[in-house]
Design a protein around this ligand. Structure first.
Ligand SMILES: *[C@@H]1O[C@H](CO)[C@@H](O)[C@H](O)[C@H]1NC(C)=O
Ligand SMILES: *[C@@H]1O[C@H](CO)[C@@H](O)[C@H](O)[C@H]1NC(C)=O
Ligand SMILES: *[C@@H]1O[C@H](CO)[C@@H](O)[C@H](O)[C@H]1NC(C)=O
Ligand SMILES: *[C@@H]1O[C@H](CO)[C@@H](O)[C@H](O)[C@H]1NC(C)=O
Length: 863
């Protein structure tokens, strides 16, 4: 057994309760790790870092108990991999030592100490800087000088400019503000301005590639205090690279000053801050800090980036980043919650869907798709059931006109990345008059006020509430005037409630810890496989739950071609959410290992009744798959706000079987960074000129209609008897009673009518769980370590229900070594751009170099 012998570093502890400005990173000389400390598990942070032989750098952004630590690289002949694994090795030793103590013999001495310290380290993972790719969108031309129209008659935009005193030379070209040709298609903001609402006092942060704060059109509205450059680790987000103009253009949409430069922003007296992350490699730690940067005073984080929009990637934020989202909605804006606005993505032409992007399908983000100058659906704009609204952007011959770097103006801006800031601008306006709106009120107001467009579009479907929903348009287009009107007397929603039944295992479907393989399950046959789960009023009452908002669904599906898989959820009210439609370019073979889908299409619906998930594929030759399990999660409003509990992000949600209450489970997910190109990276060159459409459903119904129509009725008598027996675990039995599985093949159907295969999947009881875990988020992950003791977090107040105790030792490494077949190999840089890291060999820090990490070992990104 290796023992920690190199405790040779001197530790200087910064006792900072506050989040200071991030320190510079020195990747050339140090390896960095993120450590989540569990203070009540017995060991102090000092003890933990002492034992690991690391030094403390700083708290990670605004995340309590999450620390960036580092260890000097050893100058030695040992291979880089060995050196970089030193810290992880120590933790591994600690965990192994602690595991040797058994409950029969009291732990003593070294073992007790090892147990105490390893239990106090909730999460530990290396931090590797990686390049977020930017697309060269230099085809976007700078604006020519404004052309004076020959039309002698004043246009609507000219009338508005005159009445409101705008002398901004491009104001009349900002059709998203006043659309002269299609007056029904604009953000409808001028009436709001006339009410004196201009976003005063509200700060929006553009998390992007910089912000030209010297620009004449932005300087007066720039908030330096809340700006930071995570690429170069300097205070100001200066655009440096030749294509660092995206953040500035987005900032102009929100808060370009009313003056004689370019146009105006939708909230032209609000402030904008810039947090620069897209212009060089950053780690998860920095991304997490960026998403909470200045979050006490900043209201809105506008994010126009995400995983590649190539129709084959499937990526979600890692644990630390997800933590930052949860921290943002819980503690940002003095507890009202940060407003995260995400662009839905530009990959629709490649068959991409925003439910394959863990940022846009997060319940914490307002996902914004694009609609064009004529109100049509631009062919790049991604549909999915997580889409909330659309806002105006490029297409049908027009682009967004806004500010650019170097005191220039842009008339070539577009894509969904230009739609998101238009939504952010509307939120900045409303928060001026209703700063008390929570992050969920903002979403409710979107649902309530979004305007239907193109009613003849077959993509619209009726929800249970009677409202219409479209995968392409969400609830409709965001209308600033309607939004602000409704907000004026809006009654705040009650705190969030959640109801997370355990996963439904299909034929003992399991995800194996050791290799990430999935076992059990039901082969997906022609016509699809269906499984149901019945929710009772009693379950909702137990969970203080009413007012359904988001529904998330995790699925465990193996398939030889991921893009063949289709997943749809049907509610008790008969509303169907397509969660995954086929993606022709997605040839990934690793399936869905607990991937999360999200739908807002059931907003306001009664959750009581039978929910059915249907998994089908294309029945293509040479490809097949198996449906292993799924898990429904309901998010809504509390019945009694006085007993609401704070959500604690579980370390791992990808297990199958799942545990009854994974709000408090203690296993980490992956944390390595992913590539975050701007959405413009998938944006076609003709995004502005191509004509949009309003006649095609986003996800055409399969040509062979489902042959399965029978739904099992749970045996009510049996069900209630069992419930009475073990009333504290009602949902277990609810699941057992309700889970029924049907497999009906179209081919089989020809031979035998109503052939069905039924099986009841037994759920193991909480104390007999086969612990299974894997980092199932699609991409290979770095090796990670975690507290292997399954100690339950008692941070804050996790749900009061059963907790998992003493789950026992499970192997400490999450080696997800599936080589990713998703997408073209992303290009990563080995070292941060900037002067401070001259002669580095960052690749030596790659912890996963044994497997699947090749993609980040080749620096080739150039600008
Ligand atoms: C747009 O704003 C005007 C007021 O400026 C208002 O009369 C109109 O109803 C708004 N449009 C919608 C769809 O609410
Ligand atoms: C945030 O706002 C408070 C008061 O509203 C102010 O005192 C503080 O300096 C602000 N902080 C930043 C970083 O802007
Ligand atoms: C599931 O596992 C249980 C216990 O091992 C076994 O009795 C049962 O037959 C299994 N069910 C299926 C469908 O394999
Ligand atoms: C799926 O295909 C593989 C080979 O392509 C085959 O071995 C396997 O039996 C098939 N599984 C099912 C359930 O058809």
């Amino acid at each position: 057994m290796r023992l920690p012998i190199h405790l040779l570093l001197a530790f200087f502890i910064q006792q900072c309760a506050c989040a200071l400005q991030p320190a510079k990173r020195f990747y050339a000389t140090h390896d960095y790790y993120v450590l989540e400390h569990h203070p009540s598990a017995g060991a102090t942070l000092n003890e933990c870092i002492g034992e690991l032989g690391v030094e403390l750098v700083e708290q990670v952004g605004e995340l309590q108990n999450i620390w960036l630590v580092r260890s000097a690289k050893l100058i030695s002949s040992v291979s880089p991999r060995t050196v970089s694994d030193r810290v992880l090795g120590r933790f591994e030793d600690l965990v192994a030592l602690a595991a040797h103590s058994t409950s029969l013999y009291p732990r003593a001495g070294r073992q007790a100490r090892a147990h105490r310290i390893s239990s106090s380290i909730k999460h530990l993972s290396p931090q590797i800087p990686r390049q977020r790719i930017k697309r060269d969108d230099s085809f976007l031309e700078r604006a020519p000088p404004p052309v004076t129209p020959g039309d002698p008659q004043l246009k609507a935009s000219e009338v508005v400019a005159e009445r409101l005193g705008f002398v901004d030379p491009l104001f009349t070209q900002q059709w998203h503000i006043v659309n002269d040709e299609y007056p029904e298609h604009m953000m409808n903001v001028t009436g709001v301005w006339e009410m004196g609402i201009t976003g005063e006092g509200i700060i929006t942060t553009l998390v992007d590639d910089g912000l030209d704060y010297k620009s004449r059109d932005l300087a007066d509205n720039f908030d330096a205090e809340n700006s930071y450059d995570f690429n170069d680790h300097t205070d100001l987000p200066t655009p440096v690279l030749s294509d660092d103009h995206h953040g500035t253009r987005c900032a102009g949409q929100v808060a370009a000053v009313k003056n004689d430069a370019c146009g105006v922003g939708l909230a032209y007296k609000s402030k904008v801050a810039g947090v620069r992350i897209l212009s060089g490699p950053i780690t998860d730690v920095d991304e997490a800090a960026a998403l909470n940067y200045g979050f006490h005073n900043v209201s809105i984080f506008s994010c126009s980036w995400g995983p590649p929009d190539d129709g084959r990637s499937m990526e979600a934020p890692g644990y630390i980043i997800e933590k930052a989202f949860v921290n943002g909605i819980q503690n940002g804006r003095e507890g009202k919650g940060s407003i995260f606005v995400f662009a839905s993505g530009n990959g629709a032409a490649q068959g991409d869907q925003c439910n394959f992007d863990g940022y846009t399908n997060s319940i914490y983000s307002v996902t914004v798709s694009a609609v064009d100058f004529k109100g049509l659906h631009p062919y790049y704009s991604e549909p999915c059931s997580a889409n909330m609204v659309v806002a105006y952007s490029s297409g049908s011959g027009q682009h967004i006109v806004t500010t650019d770097i170097d005191n220039q103006c842009s008339s070539g801006h577009g894509g969904t990345s230009a739609a998101a800031p238009n939504a952010a601008g509307v939120f900045a306006l409303v928060l001026q008059i209703r700063p008390d709106l929570t992050w969920r009120d903002i979403q409710h107001l979107c649902v309530k006020t979004a305007q239907m467009i193109n009613p003849e579009d077959p993509d619209w479907e009726t929800m249970a509430s009677g409202r219409m929903y479209s995968y392409k348009y969400g609830f409709g287009k965001l209308d600033a005037y309607a939004y602000i009107q409704a907000a004026q007397d809006w009654q705040l929603v009650k705190p969030q409630a959640r109801f997370h039944p355990p996963a439904v295992q299909i034929n003992n479907g399991t995800l194996l810890t050791e290799n990430g393989d999935m076992e059990g399950g039901q082969p997906i046959i022609s016509g699809g496989v269906m499984s149901s789960f019945t929710v009772t009023q009693d379950m909702l009452d137990t969970h203080n739950f009413e007012g359904l908002e988001h529904v998330t669904v995790r699925v465990w599906i193996s398939h030889t071609k991921r893009g063949d898989v289709e997943v749809e959820l049907t509610s008790p009210g008969g509303v169907r959410s397509v969660l995954a439609a086929k993606r022709d370019h997605d040839y990934d073979e690793s399936g869905f290992k607990g991937w999360r889908f999200m739908s807002v299409k059931h907003w306001g619906e009664n959750a009581v009744g039978t929910w059915t998930l249907k998994v089908s594929d294309q029945s293509s030759k040479g490809h097949n798959g198996t449906f292993h399990g799924w898990r429904l999660m309901f998010w809504g409003s509390t019945v009694d706000p006085t007993v609401s509990t704070t959500y604690v992000l579980p370390l791992l949600e990808y297990q199958l079987p799942s545990t009854p209450n994974d709000d408090a489970i203690n296993i980490p997910t992956s944390t390595s960074s992913k590539s975050h190109p701007k959405p413009t990276s998938g944006l076609p060159d003709d995004h502005g000129t191509a004509e949009g459409e309003a006649s095609k459903p986003a996800f055409p119904s399969p040509s062979v209609p489902a042959t399965v129509t029978m739904t099992p009725t749970p045996d009510e008598g049996w069900f209630s008897d069992m419930s009475n027996l073990v009333s504290s675990q009602k949902w277990f039995f609810g699941a057992i009673g309700a889970v029924a599985l049907f497999g009906v093949g179209a081919g089989v159907f020809l031979w035998r009518r109503h052939v069905k295969h039924r099986a009841y999947a037994a759920l193991s009881a909480g104390d007999e769980l086969q612990m299974s875990s894997v980092s199932g988020q699609g991409r290979p992950r770095a090796k990670e370590l975690y507290d292997a003791f399954g100690e339950v977090s008692d941070d804050e107040d996790a749900d009061e229900e059963t907790r998992l105790h003493g789950a026992g030792f499970h192997s400490g490494f999450l080696d997800d070594d599936d080589p990713s077949s998703a997408g073209p190999a992303p290009v990563y840089r080995d070292e941060p751009r900037g002067e401070h890291d001259a002669s580095s060999d960052v690749r030596s820090a790659s912890p996963g170099s044994g497997s699947g990490s090749g993609s980040w070992e080749h620096a080739s990104q150039t600008h």
